[in-house]
Design a protein around this ligand. Structure first.
Ligand SMILES: *Cc1c(COP(=O)(O)O)cnc(C)c1O
Length: 443
């Protein structure tokens, strides 16, 4: 699939507004997660910070906390058919240390929660102990008896695999067909066992889940069902709130906040949205962005009665350059939690992502992977389409748009090898120089 570009039907980022947004949560199960679980996750990451600082020298300057900056984004990156009203930001998760993607918070959290459980059960940790002692030989020998396994299109495997191996666990990553070679190589260099499958992401997850089942020494990180991952992802919202305060960015009725996040199964963007809705309520509007041929979350949102519906049922094929988003089926757990919280969905073509990868680098010096570049289609879709304008008008938001803030969540890219990035950059430049690239997005 390397180099394959899914051109799709048009260049326009299509926007879908969620009719249930802001409504009452339905009687049906809406997940068993509360904001307390997110606060506990944040505390757990803080407890482990001294250990992570010890294990990863690159975390010394942040004292073991893995967090990304909130950066100003030149509006030119977004503009192109859209009247770029408001202030633009990048939540630069593509720079997240160690894992290089949004998967760091959720993935690290779940591995650390598992390590904490074992350390307490085996008596390796006692109340009041500092967690840095989990770097001891005794602790590593204890962890080495256990395996942490995960299914991945690449980035989740890197997050789980690198952290598990660093603690001394055996680590196994079950990779789907779209996983990039360099991600497999990098994992193997960390001592992670990589299993390769010809099938899609849902199949890789199912196989990994099956292999780990019934083995008390194996912990399977289940991307479709894990509350621990979700809560780790949601911690981003609490930290973002503090970053906004530090930058004097207001969020209230007169200063609406729009957040655009690339979406695969929905866990990472769903966690962020859940946390942000808790913090900012009706003043934050979250949009997920998906590839045209892998829009599993959109398909699920549009078919509230069809549990487990996949993109294949909707005539899509899972062909996309955005390997991090090449997922056929949305997480039911996350879907249930997003039903009334999510403002809408955007879909972007592969061409658009590659052009935005080029724009982010050439205009803002940000090095992201195609999955992360998808986020740029978010504000363009909201501000540059009739559907978006109607949403802003019907909600009364249009009066406040000059004071709005938009956050483009760049979810991955730091660990991309230079040759891989350069190839995509050249493709983006070429596509952007073609005459039709400058045609405003159709409304
Ligand atoms: C995994 C991933 C996402 C989406 O996360 P999900 O939890 O699968 O929805 C977005 N961007 C990148 C780069 C990713 O690796």
């Amino acid at each position: 699939m390397q180099g394959h570009l899914n051109v799709g039907s048009s260049q326009a980022p299509a926007l879908w507004i969620n009719p249930e947004h802001g409504g009452q949560a339905l009687g049906a199960v809406v997940g068993n997660i509360t904001i307390n679980d997110v606060l506990l996750a944040e505390q757990r990451l803080a407890r482990f910070a001294p250990l992570l600082e010890k294990l990863f020298p690159e975390l010394e300057k942040s004292a073991g906390i893995v967090e990304s900056p909130l950066l100003a984004l030149p509006a030119d990156v977004i503009a192109q058919g859209a009247d770029a009203q408001g202030t633009f930001w990048v939540k630069a998760d593509h720079q997240l240390a160690v894992a290089g993607s949004v998967k760091a918070r959720g993935g690290f959290h779940e591995v650390l929660e598992f390590a904490e459980k074992i350390a307490l059960e085996t008596g390796m940790l006692k109340d009041g102990d500092g967690y840095e002692q989990l770097a001891s030989t005794a602790a590593r020998e204890c962890f080495a008896r256990y395996e942490v396994a995960v299914g991945s299109t690449g980035n989740l495997g890197m997050s789980i695999g690198i952290m598990s191996a660093a603690l001394g666990f055996k680590a196994s990553v079950h990779m789907s067909a779209e996983a990039k070679e360099w991600k497999k190589r990098l994992l193997r260099s960390h001592g992670v066992t990589v299993h390769e499958y010809p099938g899609d992401y849902a199949q890789a997850v199912a196989t990994g889940r099956e292999l780990a089942r019934g083995n008390p020494f194996s912990h399977f990180v289940d991307d479709e069902k894990s509350a621990s991952l979700f809560c780790g992802y949601a911690v981003a919202a609490l930290r973002l709130q503090r970053q906004l305060i530090a930058l004097n960015v207001r969020v209230d009725r007169d200063h609406p906040l729009f957040v655009y996040i690339p979406c695969g199964v929905g866990g990472a963007p769903g966690g962020v949205c859940y946390g942000l809705k808790h913090v900012f309520g009706e003043h934050v509007h979250c949009f997920f962005v998906e590839p045209e041929d892998s829009s599993c979350f959109l398909v699920r949102m549009q078919n509230p009665d069809v549990e487990g519906i996949s993109i294949y049922d909707a005539g899509q094929h899972n062909q996309t350059i955005a390997d991090g988003l090449a997922v056929p089926q949305a997480s039911e757990l996350v879907y249930s939690m997003m039903r009334t919280r999510l403002a809408g969905m955007v879909v972007a073509s592969d061409e658009r992502m590659v052009m935005d990868l080029w724009r982010l680098k050439s205009m803002a010096d940000l090095k992201v992977e195609p999955s992360a570049a998808a986020a740029v289609s978010g504000p363009r879709a909201l501000l540059g389409t009739v559907v978006g304008q109607q949403y802003l008008h019907s909600t009364g938001l249009d009066a406040f748009m000059p004071a709005a803030n938009h956050i483009v969540w760049t979810t991955g890219g730091a660990l991309m090898p230079a040759d891989e990035f350069d190839r995509l950059f050249a493709q983006g430049l070429e596509l952007s120089s073609q005459p039709q690239a400058n045609v405003p997005d159709a409304a």
